[in-house]
Design a protein around this ligand. Structure first.
Ligand code: UD1
Ligand code: UDP
Length: 364
């Protein structure tokens, strides 16, 4: 059996890592790994292949950054060529990026079965590029691997047939569990001079925050004001670095708000695990905060990981103005919210093995 896995952006390398291991452990299965090139900086791509011990991609499409239409279109064209050449039994796509949509569309048009890992997540905000990518990828897929109960419910509500939907758990939970021990060997805290439990970790990269000057300014000023009392470390996605530079925010001393280059996966896990609070708009970081039972604030109006808000581990803080962000953070630092526990929210750490079993042993 031949399976083509399509990845291209940072979170997809993480999602694919455990699945790739599980596929390669099965006799008679050959995985062909395709890297679209959506992320190409070493700090967003190469270091993840090293940390996660991902195999060298069989095909590097080298598409790079462009407008949505150009980027997605070029990916579809290049992926189609690979699929015609490889003739796989299945195509696996991950998450909600333009690489996900391109992979699903290229495969479905060639009548190659598609399996979507992390299916069914919804923000119900069609202004997000990710929401369009998810909905279309799900409706083009033959197998929908839902990470949560809420995701499975969303798929049913959209009329997707029950036999396609499989609740398997979250492959990012598998990865965090698998790599947490190794992350303890990271020297990132020492290098940054950070003591465990004393700092706030922040990441921001979502288009709705970086491409809106008012929101980005509020986030930056809000975090600066928090940093006057508690150190804030912020690994910057290149998109955010560029947007902050446009605002003139990269000039001068940002004091205790420490703007870093993106960090590698193992460093990130250690930074997350030892943070007092995580402030983010990242999907992955919201869950990792919970995996390590660190309180989280999400700088958005809505989230796809609704269960964490319901249980009290995550709080939505729409970035209206700097004062409200700083106020919410100060409040959480003084009275750390403690969420309720729930068993198996994201599966048992074997989502990748379970989904590979379903894929290989027959989807029927
Ligand atoms: C993409 C995904 C988003 C995901 C994120 C993970 C889409 C529509 N968005 O957003 O869902 O959460 O990846 O990190 O697919 N850039 C670099 N170096 C790189 C890659 C990008 O400098 O290696 C810069 C370029 O200026 C580029 C910008 O970042 O224009 C945005 O990159 P892009 O891949 O289009 O979207 P992300 O914001 O990374
Ligand atoms: N991440 C990382 N280094 C960073 C920022 C994030 O390793 O500097 C990891 C993070 O731990 C999580 C994943 O990248 O596993 C999340 O990716 P991102 O925030 O880019 O995308 P999203 O999850 O929002 O799609």
């Amino acid at each position: 059996m031949k399976i083509v896995s399509i990845v291209g952006a940072r979170p997809q390398f993480i999602k694919a890592a455990m699945v790739s291991r599980a596929l390669r452990a099965r006799p008679g299965v050959r995985e062909v790994l395709v890297h679209t090139g959506q992320h190409y900086d070493d700090a967003l791509s190469g270091v993840f292949f090293e940390d996660l011990a991902l195999p060298e991609p069989d095909h590097r499409l080298g598409i790079g950054s462009a407008s949505h239409g150009v980027q997605t279109g070029q990916m579809i064209e290049a992926i189609e060529r690979v699929l015609l050449d490889e003739r796989p039994d299945w195509v696996l796509v991950y998450g909600d990026t333009n690489s996900t949509l391109a992979g699903a569309l290229a495969a479905v048009k060639l009548l190659i079965p598609v399996a979507h890992v992390e299916a069914g997540l919804r923000s119900f905000n069609r202004a997000m590029p990710e929401e369009i990518n998810r909905v279309l990828a799900d409706h083009a897929s033959d197998l929908l691997f839902a990470p949560t109960e809420a995701a499975a419910v969303n798929l049913r509500r959209e009329g997707l047939p029950e036999e396609r939907i499989r609740l398997v758990g979250d492959v990012m939970y598998d990865a965090a569990r698998h790599f947490a021990g190794r992350a303890e060997r990271s020297d990132v805290l020492g290098k940054l001079g950070l003591a465990r439990g004393t700092y706030v970790l922040a990441t921001v990269h979502r288009a709705e925050n970086t491409d809106n000057e008012t929101r980005l300014r509020s986030i930056f000023d809000g975090l600066r004001s928090v940093a006057a009392r508690t150190p804030v470390v912020m690994p910057l996605h290149p998109r955010t670095r560029e947007a902050l530079a446009r605002l003139g925010a990269m000039k001068g001393d940002t004091g205790n708000l420490r703007l870093l280059d993106p960090v590698r996966y193992l460093d990130m896990l250690l930074l997350e695990r030892n943070a007092r609070l995580i402030i983010t708009d990242s999907g992955g970081a919201q869950k990792e905060a919970f995996f390590f039972r660190v309180p989280c604030m999400t700088l958005r109006e809505e989230t796809e990981w609704v269960e964490l808000v319901e249980l009290g581990w995550n709080r939505l803080v729409p970035p209206g103005d700097a004062g409200s962000i700083a106020g919410a953070v100060e409040g959480a630092l003084m009275h750390p919210p403690k969420g309720r526990e729930a068993d198996g929210l994201y599966g048992g750490g074997r989502a990748a093995e379970i989904l590979v079993e379903i894929l290989v042993e027959g989807a029927g």
